[in-house]
Design a protein around this ligand. Sequence first.
Ligand SMILES: [Zn+2]
Length: 321
Amino acid sequence: MKLPMAMKGIVATAGLLLTSTVFAASPADKYPESVLYSKPVQVADNVWSSIGATQYYSYENGGHNNNLSFVIGKDAVLVVNGGSSYLLAKALHEEIRKVTNLPVKYVVDENGQSHAILGNGYWKAQGATIIAHEEALEEIHEDGLSGLENLQDILKERSQGTELIEVDKTFEDRMVLDLGEQKVELIRFGPAHSPGDISVYVPGSEVVIAGDMAFQQRLLPIFPNTDTAEWLETWNNEFAPFAKDKVIIPGHGEATDFATVDKWTRGYLEYLRAKVAVLLEEGGTLEDAYAIDQTPYQHLETFEQLAAKNAGRVFEAMEFE
Ligand SMILES: [Zn+2]
């Protein structure tokens, strides 16, 4: 859906040469015996995460380019993100089984994007209840099918078994689930990077599985429907006060502390908006926005694909703020 389409745009303008550079830059799979990009690591008591590649979807990473996490209670397991495909979900389940025999009762999607939802069919077949925010459901109805076709193109036979299925339950602000002596809280902090972004809080372990509210190690994407002013408002007023003393599993990048995701998420959004504000004051154009200096973020993965596009989108939005 959105990321790969954006990538196609760049490839089309820049020609074949860039196509090969984009893919040659992908680091080697960290877990070749599995479709997963990396083996799950234990982040805290009862909380595990399989950290995805900080790259675009590719055949090589099997569509595992976001974090797939799980929480274990006394009676049941909760998975965060259905994953990009049936096979990816199955591979995660095999890893869960190495840690516990408990059933996966709930699968929570961080938003309506392909890598959150397309593996849901596998989990539903295991008897899990699929949960997402009500705005994510709207996005699934709108873009789910094109996202599926797009991933089928990229993953080829690795997309086998993947289908679009209905979410079982949605919520608006908060939902508390009980895994047996381990409660898990689903929280909608507010608008962030895409429709229906939610976070999952694990009390006791004090972990926030932030979803696409928070990024590190790769540049965050600004989509046509991303409102960066609202994202910052959500961050400063809701997310930061809640998350600042907790362990954070971002949507992309390894588990870390709040200061780190604050630097690469709020820090980047503020940096870019300040640069665009100066440009608008000087009567600059969209072309000038594409050329904004973003070197402090140049080392981040996906910088090449996203930096100029992000600046253009912020420029177009701020013209009307
Ligand atoms: Zn994501």
